[in-house]
Structure formats: structure tokens, C-alpha cells
Design a protein around this ligand. Structure first.
Ligand SMILES: *[C@@H]1O[C@H](CO)[C@@H](O)[C@H](O)[C@H]1NC(C)=O
Ligand SMILES: *[C@@H]1O[C@H](CO)[C@@H](O)[C@H](O)[C@H]1NC(C)=O
Ligand SMILES: *[C@@H]1O[C@H](CO)[C@@H](O)[C@H](O)[C@H]1NC(C)=O
Ligand SMILES: *[C@@H]1O[C@H](CO)[C@@H](O)[C@H](O)[C@H]1NC(C)=O
Length: 432
């Protein structure tokens, strides 16, 4: 079964406006149609999204017709320093076909991959043709939960982790990753610590230039930092307007950890009522698209933007979207605007996604109570639950909070272990 590319390949509605008919294409249903389904969904959603799609398309066309001057794009992607020395580009691209991205971004173009995507062999020749040393490759290996994102043998340990590292590098036909990430925390802190030993060894032996983690909340990070010898250079997680983990932001600032935000547009696919007005207001005052606002929000907080584009049948169609993305670096949001966008995040949020045992258990109960969860697009089963982009997300949270459901939900979702709580877990399980 082909996995979902669940970090970058979802709800990139504006990027995929043209495909919004969303007819899943062919033989590899999950991998190829997931994007289609995800892309199709927002169109049946709010009118706001239609406007967003139209706007993005319009801007893309404008850029195409009027040209964008010199295409010295490499210089257009700023970088940030990393703890271990060296830098990371402020934008990475997810997808399968990167030839147009390499053209748009130039030398230093960053791409995103994970072991569980299974697309390394597809990407390898593209990287080779452009020149390995000109690409910043971010990849990563599995641990912990769930389904296709979980390692085959558990508990994980250093030698298993090193096996995955070697395997993913082999698939990508390269001797090193620019950035190696642990996709999720392991089931136990001890497992995570032993995997981190493999990451440190990979760094020392040159298999990884930089090492980091993904989907760690402040608690997970603090636990790892207490045993890490080599610096944890990067945390990639779910950051965006409406989903800001301010606790992790503070810890990252103090520890010098560089943040990368994935699925940063996911809230646009939900029924969160406060998002659209806040985002559209900023968009209108700058004359930019809602997508650009949501990406600029991250960039203005020094968080690396992870975008994506999937047009399997005609990758050249991504070119105009890349231009829209790259224009984000010219956007300066005021403190007032940032504060207004910050306020779309309600209460305490944690940046970990729902691919933890705890969140899946919580979702199970919420589902049993009849609250509306979201089935991952293209996935045959509801579980593991997708955990974001649910256009009935606030409805689901309201349902889970009903007095007659509350005891059950608190029992299943209210554990305060691992830095989570009822407040952080329910919205995650509900996909908002
Ligand atoms: C893999 O890399 C080697 C050189 O490092 C190159 O000769 C070979 O063509 C590459 N294979 C693919 C599929 O790109
Ligand atoms: C790691 O786990 C594998 C599979 O269970 C086992 O064969 C191996 O001995 C373990 N390695 C270490 C260092 O514990
Ligand atoms: C974790 O590892 C430590 C030291 O290696 C060991 O003493 C402890 O028992 C382990 N904890 C668990 C839960 O396995
Ligand atoms: C955001 O919320 C804070 C706290 O409620 C408030 O002080 C601040 O004025 C709000 N910012 C904006 C721009 O409304």
C-alpha cells in the first residue's frame, strides 16, 4: 500500500486549483489520488476558499503574463543559520516532480521527503540531473505511530534506525541527507533516545549534514534535549495560522532550534470561523493571496515554509505556483497583523500531529460518540485518523464537549502525559 504524503501533500488547495475536479488518476490510488481528493475537498467547502483559489490563480496568471523580471531565484530564498553550522533555506518543497522547482528556486533548492512516502527512487534521477550538490534534501525515518508511518519492527533501536537511514539514502541515490529528521517520536523516550544515537552517528559519519526531529511538542523536545549530545538543529511540525504552539516557539528560540512548518494551510480546509476574516483582511491590505498571508505569517516568525505542488500529469503547471510561493519573502507583516493572526489560535495548541497512540485513542472514542471525524482522502479506513483539515472540525469539538460526552472524552483524551491535555488533544483528533 502506498503511503499518503501526509506532511506536505495535503490541502494545498491553491496550488492545485486547476485539478480541483480531483479525479483520482490511476493505479496507485493512495499515492496519486490522495492529493486529488484533498484538493477537491476545499472546493466543496466554503465560498471563501473558492475566492482564495480564484485569487491565487489570477495572481499566478498575472505573474506568468507579465513575467517576473530576472529569474535569479536562488538569491530570492533567504536562509537561516543552523546550530551545527551551515544554513537551511526558508522554503522547502514537497511533491514528486521537482524539475520546475529546481528551475524556479535555483541552486540550493530544498525538497522534502520521508521514508514512508516511498518516492525516493522517483526523485533520485531528478536530483541527479540537476546536480546533487545543488539540492538541499530533507528526508527522515519512521518511529512510533501509526499505520504506514510506523516502522515495521518495534521497539526501534539504534541499529534499526541506522538501517532506515541507509535505506532512505539508497532510495534517494545519495550518500548524505542535508537534513535528517525523525518523523515522529517513538513509543517511549528510551526508544527515541536510542534512535537519536543513530542520528548522531549519521551526522559524525557524514550521512547527514544536519539532524532534527518532527512532530515533537515542548515536552518531547525537552526530554530529547536532556540526552542529546549533538544539537537538535531542526523541528518540523504543524505550524500555521490557527495552529500555533507558542510553547514550542519559545523553547526553540531559547535552544536555537530552527522550526519548519508543514501543512500550514490546513486550517483553511476547516470550519474554523475566525480564520477567514483575519487572513482575508491582511490579504486585502497587502494585495496578496490568502495563501501568501498564511505562508508569510510563518516566514515573518523565522519559520521555514514547507509548500508543495502535485501535478503528476503535467509538472510544468506547478511553475506559476512556485512564483506565488517565492513572492512570500517580499511580504512584511506588521506587529499588529501578526498579533491578529496569532489570535486565530484559540487556547493552547501543540504542534505534534495526530499520529500518536494517544491522539488515535482519543479519536476512537470521539468517533464512537458519533462526532464527525475526517477520513483521510484516498485512504480506505478512517483510522489512523488524518487529524487535520476537517471541514466539520469545530462541529466535532463541540460534539465532543457536550455534557453527555464529556466524561468519556476526558477519560480517553484528557491524559496530561507527554505534555498534552484534553485541550490540545480534542481539536487534533477532530482534525482542526
Ligand atoms: C545515482 O548516482 C550516480 C552517481 O552518484 C549516477 O551515476 C547514477 O546515474 C544515479 N542514478 C540515478 C537513477 O539517478
Ligand atoms: C535492535 O532490534 C533488532 C530487532 O528486534 C535486534 O535484532 C537487534 O539486536 C537490536 N539491536 C540492538 C542494538 O539492540
Ligand atoms: C530506559 O533506559 C534506561 C537506561 O538505559 C533504563 O534504566 C530504563 O529502565 C529504561 N526505561 C524503560 C521504560 O525501558
Ligand atoms: C490578540 O489578543 C490579545 C489577548 O487577548 C490582545 O491583547 C490583542 O490586542 C489581540 N490583538 C489584536 C490585534 O487584536
Amino acid at each position: 500500500m502506498k503511503p499518503l504524503n501526509r506532511d506536505s501533500m495535503e490541502l494545498e488547495a491553491p496550488h492545485d486549483a486547476d485539478e480541483a475536479g480531483g479525479v483520482p488518476s490511476d493505479k496507485s490510488p493512495l499515492y496519486s489520488s490522495e492529493g486529488g481528493a484533498a484538493r477537491a475537498r476545499p472546493l466543496h467547502g466554503s465560498g471563501w476558499l473558492r475566492v482564495l483559489l480564484a485569487f491565487t490563480a489570477l495572481l499566478a496568471l498575472t505573474l506568468v503574463f507579465h513575467g517576473s523580471g530576472s529569474r535569479d531565484s536562488a538569491a530570492r530564498i533567504p536562509t537561516r543559520p543552523l546550530l551545527g553550522g551551515g544554513t537551511i533555506p526558508m522554503m522547502m518543497m514537497g511533491g514528486d516532480d521537482f524539475v520546475e522547482w529546481f528551475k524556479a528556486a535555483g541552486a540550493g533548492a530544498a525538497i522534502q521527503n520521508f521514508y514512508s512516502y516511498g518516492n525516493g527512487p522517483h526523485i533520485a534521477p531528478q536530483v541527479h540531473a540537476f546536480g546533487r550538490e545543488k539540492v538541499f534534501i530533507s528526508t527522515g525515518i519512521p518511529c512510533g505511530c501509526c499505520g504506514y508511518d510506523a516502522p515495521k519492527i518495534q521497539p526501534m533501536n539504534s541499529s534499526l534506525a541506522m538501517g532506515y537511514i541507509d535505506d532512505v539514502l539508497r532510495q534517494l541515490n545519495t550518500t548524505y541527507a542535508d537534513l535528517l529528521l525523525l518523523h515522529h517520536r517513538c513509543h517511549t523516550a528510551n526508544e527515541t533516545a536510542s534512535v537519536w544515537r543513530a542520528f548522531e552517528a549519521a551526522k559524525r559519519s557524514g550521512k547527514a549534514r544536519h539532524i532534527g526531529v518532527s512532530n515533537f511538542n515542548a515536552h518531547d523536545l525537552a526530554t530529547l534535549l536532556s540526552v542529546a549530545v549533538e544539537p537538535v538543529e531542526v523541528l518540523e511540525a504543524h505550524f500555521g495560522v490557527g495552529v500555533m504552539d507558542f510553547e514550542v516557539l519559545e523553547l526553540a528560540r531559547k535552544s536555537g532550534i530552527q522550526l519548519v512548518g508543514f501543512a500550514s494551510l490546513s486550517m483553511a480546509g476547516t470550519d474554523l470561523p475566525t480564520l477567514a476574516p483575519a487572513v482575508s483582511k491582511v490579504a486585502a491590505s497587502h494585495g496578496i493571496t490568502n495563501t501568501q498571508v498564511m505562508y508569510a505569517y510563518l516566514y515573518n516568525r523565522d519559520i521555514v515554509v514547507l509548500s508543495s505542488c502535485f501535478h503528476k500529469e503535467d509538472p510544468s503547471r506547478c511553475a506559476s505556483y512556485y512564483e506565488v510561493d517565492l513572492a512570500v519573502f517580499d511580504i512584511r507583516l506588521s506587529a499588529e497583523e501578526m498579533s491578529e493572526l496569532d489570535n486565530v489560535t484559540l487556547g493552547r495548541r501543540t504542534c505534534t500531529d495526530c499520529f500518536t497512540d494517544q491522539c488515535q485513542e482519543c479519536a476512537k472514542i470521539i468517533h464512537q460518540l458519533g462526532c464527525p471525524l475526517l477520513k483521510a482522502p484516498g485512504q480506505p479506513t478512517l483510522f489512523p485518523v488524518w487529524g487535520r483539515g476537517n471541514k466539520q472540525g469545530t462541529q466535532c469539538v463541540a460534539c465532543a464537549s457536550l455534557p453527555q460526552h464529556r466524561d468519556d472524552v476526558i477519560m480517553a483524551c484528557g491524559s496530561t502525559l507527554g505534555g498534552e491535555s484534553f485541550e490540545t488533544m480534542v481539536p487534533k483528533a477532530c482534525g482542526i
